[in-house]
Each structure stands twice: as structure tokens, then as C-alpha cells.
Write a protein that binds this ligand. Structure first.
Ligand code: FAD
Ligand code: FES
Length: 426
């Protein structure tokens, strides 16, 4: 369903096809948003044949893979819709290319920032203002990251609907005006070292050679693997909030949100304001009361505005008659082909969509990849200045071979320009 209020469509709707069926789409929104607006939650099937649908809404889970105009395995949550597009559900992605293409382009800069969330944009703005040639890469359609979740190009609003949107718009404008180059739709897939970063930018494989690397890749929501969590119609709370805030859509009419923390309450209020029905909010923490006076005092002193926001959200939900089940937890998702509700410790709740939000994990993959690459280089240097290294299962681009090759010395192209500790000397 399309949510009401907050913004209006920026352009007239266009028609696209999903599995042969014509549906309406707004130019500038993601395929996942178009499908959610049409109430379609199952988009692919796993190897077992079980249906799957968008889960994280942020490019992490790969459960939203569809074929787009014949191109297989495109992430529906990160692919922009275009008029006349032919989107098809696809079986388990056996046909994904085993290795990304070799870089066709190289780019140098003073600082490469990965991630255009609040952290990445702030750093890029300050670096560019100080005179550094700064490039920011982000795989999402628009800069802003998880906190700002900017309004998508499909939506127009005369005034930014709330404080969070306004702060995001200001930071994005400052970052763009500072001279930093912000590239969206750019997925960084490997870090061979701080000075060799591989990314897919607009479909092209590009190797970035920055003098300094700044990772601001944020976090993703941890899945809560309870029975039924892979059913279409089950999403993370952040994924659901992204659809509601950025695209003004909800994938169903009746929604139950289970998890812990203010994101659940905020998402529930935003969906409620847009016309969705919130069946319940299941909060793992106990209802704040006198028994928790120490925690309340500590939080109140540390972040008074956050505490007031929380109290306002709870009041609003209670006023609208939404049950908040304090101290309760999701146990099982109900349904066989798609989510039909949630069983908590205390009760059964019928719903079309179940959102789960039980905490975040930092996106540290690139940091870890870079550390491995540095260690490899350090090892190369320790074993003679011929810059040879013994990594038989990696080729010169650092890609893993499917077959282990016999152990032999290989020239270590990547070792150039690094000191004994693997630090970039250029
Ligand atoms: C789903 C979700 C929802 C959240 N919602 C809220 C909220 O409503 N309120 C709140 O206060 N906090 C929220 N948070 C917490 C949030 O992490 C912080 O508030 C804040 O957004 C962190 O800023 P950041 O710049 O560090 O990271 P982020 O805002 O997460 O930005 C990181 C950026 O890096 C990009 N990126 C990551 N890896 C790559 C890669 N390999 N290639 C290219 N780009 C990459 C991502 O696309 C993303 O845009 C949320 C977190 C998550 C995960
Ligand atoms: S990758 Fe698209 S929903 Fe997770």
C-alpha cells in the first residue's frame, strides 16, 4: 500500500511488469518499493523451493534478488525502477558470476570514504573543506545512510516532513557544496589494502587508489532466527522503516513489530500516521517504571531529548489504541507460504507483515578484508625484498581460486608501495 501524508508522488506513475503482471510504479523508487506498494512480498525461491522476499531493505541479505530486463540477480532494494521494466522472480541464484570482472578503470584521490551515512558525509565534508580531493562511495540510491533515510526521488514535499529529514538534507547539501564527489550506486566489494579498493560503479569495475581510506560503512540489523523468519512478509524493522520513510509505502496493511528499542516505536508511529494498521508492538524490555529509576535517570541525564521522544512515541501509540506488549518476545512466525502473524510468549497476533528488530551488528567486512591484506603484505616483506609471497590460492587481483593450486611462489603485485607493517607508503 502507498502511505498517505508526508510527501506526494514527484511524477506521474509508470507501468512495469512483474512476472508478466502489469503494476504501477513511481519513477525514482526502488523495485522493492514498487513491489511493496503492490503488496508483492515473495520475489524469489531458495534452492529448497521455499519462497523468499525482501528482508533487510539495505542490500545485505540478498533475499530480494530478481532478474531485471534479463539481467539476473539484481537486488530489488537497491535497483531503481524504470518505465517498462520487466522484473521477474528468480530461482536460487546459481547463475551469479563467480568472480567480479577485472577492473577496467583506475581512479586516484586523497581520501576515499566508503559509506555516505551521517559519519561518511560529515567526514567527507570536513576533508573536502580542508582541501583534500575526496570521493565518497555508497551503494544505496541516495546518500544519507540509515539515520537520515532521505526521501526518495519518487517523492516530493514542499517542506521536509520532520527534523531528521531536515538535518539529513542540510548535511547532504553541505557535503555536496564542499566539493566532495559523492557517488551513489557504487558497491565496494574488496579491499586489497588501504590503497587498493575495488568497486562496481554504474556496472563498471573500478579500482580506487586513495592515499587514505576512511571506512564509514555503518551497521546492519541482526536477524532473529526464530521459526518462520525466512517467510516472505518478514522483514527487519529498519527495512520496513526505509520503505515507509523514503518511499512512503508499506508491504502490507496490518503490521506487527517486535524487537527492542526506539526504532520499533518510531517505525510503528510513522506507519500509523501513513494509514497502516499496527496490530501490536512487542517490546522485549519491561515497561519503564519506578523499578528502573536508576536506568531512567542515567538515560535522562545522557540524552534528555531522546527520552522525551520515546515518551511521546509511546503516548501516541497508546492514544491510537495500539497494544504495546512490554517484556514480551517473538517466538514463532505463523504461516506457511508467507507470514500470517506472530506468536509471542503471551499471545498470537494476526498480521500480513512481521517486522523484527533485535539489535545491530557493525558492517566491518571491509575493515577485516583490509586487515587480512595488510597481514599478507607484512608477511611478503618479511620474506625477502624480492616482493614475492606465498599465497597459492589467490591470484594477482587477490581473488580466490576455486581449485587450490600447488604451493609455489608467486609475484606479489599487491605488495608494492607498502611498508613492513602493510601501511601504504605512497
Ligand atoms: C537498518 C537500520 C536502521 C536504523 N535506523 C535508525 C534510526 O531510525 N534512528 C537512529 O538514530 N539510528 C538508526 N540506526 C542506527 C544507525 O546505524 C545510526 O544512527 C547511523 O545511521 C550510523 O551512521 P553511519 O554513517 O555510521 O552509518 P550508516 O548510516 O549505516 O551509513 C553507512 C553507509 O555505508 C554504505 N555502505 C556500507 N557498506 C558499503 C559497501 N561495501 N559499498 C558501498 N557502500 C557501503 C551503506 O549503504 C550506508 O549508506 C539504524 C541502523 C540500521 C542498520
Ligand atoms: S538485499 Fe535487498 S532486501 Fe536484503
Amino acid at each position: 500500500m502507498r502511505l498517505r501524508g508526508g510527501a506526494r508522488p514527484a511524477a506521474a506513475p509508470v507501468r512495469v511488469r512483474f512476472d508478466g503482471q502489469e503494476i504501477e510504479a513511481l519513477p525514482g523508487e526502488s523495485i522493492a518499493a514498487t513491489l511493496a506498494a503492490a503488496g508483492i512480498v515473495a520475489v524469489r525461491s531458495a534452492r529448497s523451493g521455499a519462497p523468499r522476499g525482501p528482508f533487510c531493505g539495505m542490500g545485505v541479505c540478498f533475499d530480494c534478488l530478481v532478474s531485471v530486463d534479463g539481467r539476473p540477480s539484481q537486488r530489488a532494494c537497491l535497483t531503481k525502477i524504470e518505465a517498462g521494466m520487466d522484473v521477474r522472480s528468480q530461482p536460487s541464484p546459481r547463475n551469479v558470476a563467480a568472480e567480479p570482472p577485472a577492473p577496467t578503470r583506475e581512479e586516484s584521490c586523497d581520501v576515499l570514504v566508503v559509506g555516505a551515512g551521517p559519519a561518511g558525509l560529515t567526514a567527507a565534508r570536513d576533508l573536502a573543506r580542508a582541501g583534500a580531493r575526496t570521493i565518497v562511495l555508497d551503494e544505496r540510491l541516495d546518500p544519507g545512510g540509515q539515520y537520515f533515510k532521505p526521501l526518495a526521488a519518487s517523492q516530493a514535499s514542499a517542506a521536509m516532513p520532520d527534523r531528521q529529514f531536515r538535518a539529513g538534507a542540510t548535511l547532504r547539501r553541505e557535503a555536496a557544496d564542499s566539493g566532495a564527489e559523492i557517488v551513489t550506486g557504487a558497491t565496494v566489494w574488496a579491499a586489497f589494502g588501504a590503497g587498493e579498493i575495488a568497486a562496481i560503479v554504474g556496472g563498471d569495475s573500478t579500482l580506487f587508489r586513495p592515499r587514505r581510506l576512511l571506512l564509514a560503512t555503518g551497521a546492519y540489523e541482526q536477524a532473529a532466527p526464530i521459526p518462520g523468519w525466512t517467510l516472505p512478509g518478514v522483514m527487519t524493522v529498519g527495512g520496513l522503516q526505509g520503505l515507509a520513510r523514503s518511499y512512503r509505502v508499506a508491504p502490507g496493511q496490518r503490521i506487527v513489530i517486535a524487537g527492542n528499542g526506539p526504532l520499533c516505536l518510531q517505525t510503528a508511529v510513522e506507519l500509523l500516521d501513513g494509514g497502516a494498521e499496527i496490530a501490536a508492538v512487542v517490546e522485549a524490555a519491561p515497561r519503564p517504571g519506578l523499578a528502573q529509576w536508576r536506568d531512567l535517570l542515567r538515560s535522562g541525564l545522557a540524552a534528555p531529548s531522546l527520552m522525551l521522544d520515546g515518551a511521546r512515541l509511546v503516548r501516541k501509540l497508546e492514544h491510537a489504541g495500539v497494544p504495546i506488549l512490554w517484556g514480551d518476545r517473538a517466538i514463532t512466525i505463523l504461516g506457511s507460504e508467507r507470514a500470517e502473524g506472530l506468536q509471542t510468549r503471551s499471545r498470537r497476533i494476526d498480521a500480513d507483515i512481521v517486522a523484527l528488530g533485535y539489535g545491530f551488528a557493525s558492517s566491518s567486512e571491509l575493515a577485516r578484508a583490509r586487515m587480512r591484506a595488510s597481514l599478507r603484505r607484512a608477511w611478503c616483506w618479511q620474506h625477502g625484498d624480492r616482493r614475492r609471497c606465498r599465497w597459492p590460492h589467490l591470484d594477482s587481483r587477490g581473488l580466490r581460486h576455486r581449485r587450490r593450486r600447488p604451493l609455489r611462489w608467486r609475484p606479489c603485485r599487491a605488495g608494492r608501495g607498502y611498508d613492513r607493517r602493510g601501511r601504504n607508503r605512497q
